[in-house]
Write a protein that binds this ligand. Structure first.
Ligand code: ZN
Length: 135
């Protein structure tokens, strides 16, 4: 059984953005020598998230960000003193982790799927915990 853990640094350039981290995760899995198992991505932040979605047409990410902004606008009724409640809500809605199957040393993703770090209160330098487990 192999277990390898790393922390990726993700630099975000705007308040809300999705960063495609698929290539970094693929590289980490290949270096680990795990052939069959799974890789977990975990975001240790309360105003960021991780998700899987299309990485062929960049307009999909644009539409996701637009829809999240429309669905969870900043509201004067919010009480959180930091003033970033909308970011906390988006973080919980999208979620802090994803798991992907590793088969024959590769990520078992759909043809159009990519892994995205989701920033909702940037720009910042963020952490992404990644652990691959298997044999
Ligand atoms: Zn806050």
């Amino acid at each position: 059984m192999i277990v390898k853990t790393t922390t990726l640094s993700v630099k975000t350039e705007s308040r809300e953005t999705f960063k495609d981290v698929t290539a970094s995760i693929r590289k980490f899995v290949q270096k680990s020598n795990v052939q069959n198992g799974q890789v977990t991505l975990f975001v240790p932040h309360t105003t960021a998230a991780v998700t899987i979605n299309e990485n062929a047409d960049p307009d999909v990410v644009t539409d996701l960000l637009f829809s999240l902004k429309k669905s969870f606008p900043d509201r004067k009724e919010f009480r959180h003193m930091e003033g970033n409640s909308d970011a906390h809500i988006k973080s919980s809605t999208i979620g802090a982790s994803e798991t992907v199957i590793v088969e024959d040393g590769s990520l078992k993703l759909g043809t159009w799927q990519g892994l995205y770090f989701c920033e909702f209160d940037g720009p910042r330098t963020r952490k992404l915990f990644v652990q691959v487990i298997g044999e």
